[in-house]
Design a protein around this ligand. Sequence first.
Ligand code: ATP
Ligand code: MG
Length: 506
Amino acid sequence: MRLTSFRTRVLVLAIAFSVLLIGSVLITAYFVVSGGMSRVAEDTVLGLSRQAVKLTRDRVVSSQKTAAAEIPESDAASQHRRLTRAQNLFQAALPELFRTGMSEGEFAFYAPGDLSTPEWSTDRRTDTQVETIARERALRLLTSTVSVSGGGSGLSGLFSRAQLGLYTVHVPIDVPDGSRWVLDVTYVPFREEQTIDAIRAPMLVLALVGTALAIAMMQMSMGWVLKLVDELRVAADSIDAGQLDVRLPAEGQHEIGDLARSLNHLIERLRRRADAQTRFIADASHELATPVAGIRGYINILRAWGAEDDAVREEAVRAIDRESRRMARLTTELLSLIRTDEDTTCRRMRVDVNALSREALAAAATRYLDKGLEFEGPEEGPLVAMNDRDKIEEFMHILVDNAAKYTPPGGTVRVQTWRRRDSVVIEVADTGVGIPEKDLPNIFDRFYRSDASRSKETGGFGLGLAIAKRMVEVCGGTIEVKSAVDEGTSFTIRIPREVAASPHRL
Ligand SMILES: Nc1ncnc2c1ncn2[C@@H]1O[C@H](COP(=O)(O)OP(=O)(O)OP(=O)(O)O)[C@@H](O)[C@H]1O
Ligand SMILES: [Mg+2]
């Protein structure tokens, strides 16, 4: 068993937790029982002392009566004799009195001259300092006091025989010779100690069984969790970079199931990304292969007939020029796409969105001069945002270029801008050919062109909108499209008026 393994750690924790919990329950239970037994012992000794005091007082009175009957009181000497006689009668009666009158307990009488040695007692135990002090106190305050001597320490009864100690009540009592003695009534709580001893073994057994059960239950639930984790691990091990169609077992409405589901989502996203990458490479190679094939074809034509026929030569050179331009444009767009993929930071700077829109419109107007399009710009005056100038400029060029490209001669391309709460909204609209509804969800995908034949005519690669969307997102914004075939298209972009001071990261 590895010491650092999860199972070992949980086992150690389980043991510590059970011992702490069950130990504290055990100790509390012990204190409750032993406290209760101590109170029972105290009540018993108080009951005994009341009985003993009554017996003693009766005996004092009866001794005095007998002495008075025997010795008539005539002078001081006879009075003294009578007191002595009464005292003797009292003391002589004590052994019989406590043997027959009391069912349990030990008794002793102490004269005020020496409170540590009894005048008379039923046993021969040695006195403790505590008791002597308690007797002095009883005489001084004329009240009964209770002392406990010889008890074990607080928890001793948990591990060995319980020892509650001797409970003694000290009562001041007037004896027949006129002096005041102290009556000690002592109770040895054997019965109560036996009760405590009797619960010790079951309590310990209960504690051990409880601890074992707690550990076993924790281990069982741990085993179940670890089994699920192990299943996840085995499944995860079988996934390698190239094999992303494996799914982790994601049953059960518990945390491990949730983890598996999250991992499955992650794998799914990775798979989609890997697929997109593969598609991208295939599309890019295909797009590059087409002009390359064209160029090679025209080179062959040049070789075969170029020397004799000027018209053929002229035609081939023009075609090679066109195809190589197309290749150059494609590589530029690919590079731009890769750059936007890598560049996830939005630089915060002052941008006049209206000025940028007008520039984009002016550039398109020059490029599509021969189409006789009408270009409408945003209202006069600036619309300032704190955002990334270069990215806004680039996506505006892409969108305005599309609008002009896909609008037949005589149409209109319009850019409008306005402020809405914390955003700047830009709308690029045209009265062009429109996009069929089925294509709308895909137009932001790389290499997607809504109508292959038409696009071939216009010569696009289907990369512009993918780049534009990415840039809008890096600027912290969103882009939406609305379109109707043969009526026109409008793109609405919302970007924050102020991006966060720190660079915005996707
Ligand atoms: N304003 C628009 N009006 C009509 N169709 C549009 C418009 N903008 C985009 N589209 C459609 O969306 C497709 C994708 O546009 P995108 O700009 O990504 O590629 P492209 O213009 O074909 O090529 P390029 O990579 O040169 O920009 C286009 O082929 C076109 O079919
Ligand atoms: Mg385009």
